[in-house]
Write a protein that binds this ligand. Sequence first.
Ligand SMILES: Cc1cc2nc3c(=O)[nH]c(=O)nc-3n(C[C@H](O)[C@H](O)[C@H](O)COP(=O)(O)OP(=O)(O)OC[C@H]3O[C@@H](n4cnc5c(N)ncnc54)[C@H](O)[C@@H]3O)c2cc1C
Length: 859
Amino acid sequence: MNILLLLGASLVLMYTIARHRFPLRALVIASALFLVVFTLGGGFSLFWGLLVWAAFLTPALLLGVPGLRLQYLSRPLRARIRKVLPPMSETERAAIEAGSVWWEAELFRGNPDWDKLQGYEPPQLSAEEQAFIDGPVEQLCAMLDDWDITHNRMDLPPEVWIFLKQQRFFGMIIPRRYGGLEFSAYGHSSVVTKIAARSISAGVTVMVPNSLGPAELLLHYGTEAQKDYYLPRLAEGLEIPCFALTGPHAGSDAGAIPDTGVVCMGEHQGEQVLGLRLNWQKRYITLGPVATVIGLAFKVLDPDGLLGTEEELGITCALIPRDTPGIEIGNRHFPLNAAFMNGPNSGKDVFIPMDYIIGGKRNIGKGWRMLVESLSVGRGISLPAVGVAAGKAGARTTGAYARVRKQFNTSIGRFEGVEEALARIGGLAYMMEAGRLLTVSGLDGGEKPSVITAILKCYNTEFMRRVINDSMDVHGGRGICMGPSNYVARAYQTLPIGITVEGANILTRSMIIFGQGAIRCHPFLVREMEAATREDGDVADLAFDQALRGHAEYFLANFCRAVIYGLSGSHAAPAPRADRIAPYYRRLGQMSAAFAVTADLVLMILGGSFKRKEMMSGRFADAFSYMFYTSAVLKNFESAGQPRGDLPLVEWSAKYSLYQVQMALDEILRNFPIKWLGVLLRPLIFPLGLSLRPPNDMLCHRVASMLIRPGEARDRLTAGIYISNDPDDITGCLEDALEKVIAAEPLERRLRHEELEQHGLEDYPQWISRLQKSGRLADDEAEVLLQAHAATTRVVMVDDFRPEQLTSGGQPTKNNSADKKAGKNKTTIKKKSARPRRAKTKNNIAIKKKSAKTGKTAV
Ligand SMILES: Cc1cc2nc3c(=O)[nH]c(=O)nc-3n(C[C@H](O)[C@H](O)[C@H](O)COP(=O)(O)OP(=O)(O)OC[C@H]3O[C@@H](n4cnc5c(N)ncnc54)[C@H](O)[C@@H]3O)c2cc1C
């Protein structure tokens, strides 16, 4: 009875701490009062009394009594941390300090404030942005034939280059006063989504000048003269920029670039001026082969002391006209059959005046900070948008194909195995979009949430990989055989590019997300670290003590939350609403508290050596990121007006994400740095066991069904990508076939029911004609079936090539169907090798007529 009373009182106290934050001293006093009353009331035997009081008094006195805490805890702890804290390099410090802290901090700190989440304004396109997307972007998409671009030309057609420049696609982030479009992050990302869903090569070409590069750097750090000169030219496409950081010996560790700029006097425009003599070797530089101005990162050295006493002045960024003597633009790389321009470049003793440095001489040595700050915005826009493009296009096309393609007399999309893949495609597409929308709302609200942008870049591109892999599987051989009518294979080929650039994903997941998150989001860690490294003895001790006190309160509150929310199956956690979606908010609150406690303990145990524990860090990144996606999904559902039709997607995404959070935490506990503590912690934060489950079969079925039939939810999920209504375009012919196949299904069912089957020797039209003649099918019914059959055949056919077309020594042929259609490229190599053929079948009368104009590609 007494034990139960004590337990009950402890739970009430823990619940109170979980839901309301109290100062440490008040907690100690309240607990002490309770124990006194309990002891005086005869609640304990002597043995238990001693045990409970000892267990209470030791931490209570050490933490709750300031003098004791300072003397016996804070001071020795500070001294120890001081000794073991690894030194932080300038490059690490810049990366960690870049950007701002936003919504992710709420999730990290174990007690997300749902009012804050609900208060974020959903992003909206301005009238100009909408008009641009409906106008020039739509026009551009119609001009893009990805097979022609990637197979025949290995470049965008000249008219597309001209159109991009004329319409100022390269100036989306440049303010109007410089002639740019001045789009919001949402507008920018929506443009990239639409183009990338049509052609990755075009998408990357548009993305790069608007992402981390000269324009972005100039806007934030350039001198007025540099801005006035370059920004209008960049907006108009008179200058094509690239940004060159990576080299053969410095990839992920970009801070280690060996490229140098030595301070010296040199000749510029006939005069002797102070400047830099540059030597560099770069590779993988997007737009490098066609760039007219090169943004370059290098390390400045001043061996002759022309600028001062320091010899190594650090990473610096400059803008260098391509025709400056000494620059060599190399050949092109061949990145996974994508046709965007990419290649190496180098410079030998290239002299530049100081005013080529972005921001001028005062910005010598500030290049690294400039780059990571720009990255903390840019990586949240372009590549995540490419992921969204893949998700939306994958959901739209794979869903349609799975309905149209029949095996065993059934649409393959109705088989449970395929449904599982379709559900993943739909759910991940929804998650990517939700993540994008929440992130751009932060960016447009003036935030630079560097941890969120790292999450979005890393996980949207990872989800893209899963979506495209699933799309490939569902398409079977149709996805494998390449040609103008294949809309998945190029996306499959090129997806590692998104995984690798702007922070390769392994590194971002296992080093950056949690490492940076912990330092940026933890409310006390940085204060403790700073206090630990301070030199001013007693003052530093006091500062450390204050931080430690806050940290203890923070930990205790999270611990109580984790236990109470866990014990109540998350029912004790707050939710901003009381409906079907509320449990997901509660579960997320529970996971957030569990995450905060686990993260705190691991950081306390490992300290600075955590840096080397990348597997652990990767699991924390998973948990953290999936929490972010869960919150984004819930937010997105609310922002969209809670459409009932979206519920399967919302529930699939929330269940999937929360399950991943739970499993990541489980793995962390299994690999806890102090084994016994992990074992002890498990029943405290998962008192009901691992109770979260992934989406069940019924939910997967509901999501898959949504993808294989036209409808509002499918349209909402895939809004913002280019869908042609040209029946000669593969996206258009898929939509056409979907409608026709659905219209024919009741008739097919009837024929099956009446056992009116096709005879072995007759082809499809002959069969239909026989049924018509025998009065079993009306003329209009026959027409519906014939149309569906013809449309299906068009969709399932793949291209084939004459052998010489495939053995042209890797040389692109210039005479594909699209060119012929447009009457272009008259200088074809051989008239005969004009275009790939599509295999003929017995029944493809309608196909034969149209197959010459195979569609353009999507995704
Ligand atoms: C198509 C393409 C376009 C590009 N465009 C540009 C451009 O315009 N400008 C530019 O400057 N650069 C560009 N890059 C370079 C790109 O940013 C680098 O490829 C990227 O930084 C990774 O460097 P790396 O390829 O040398 O891989 P590496 O650094 O060799 O890394 C290889 C693998 O090791 C992992 N890894 C490395 N260190 C760690 C670590 N500490 N912990 C965990 N994992 C780690 C990485 O995640 C990666 O998976 C481009 C690259 C490509 C492929």
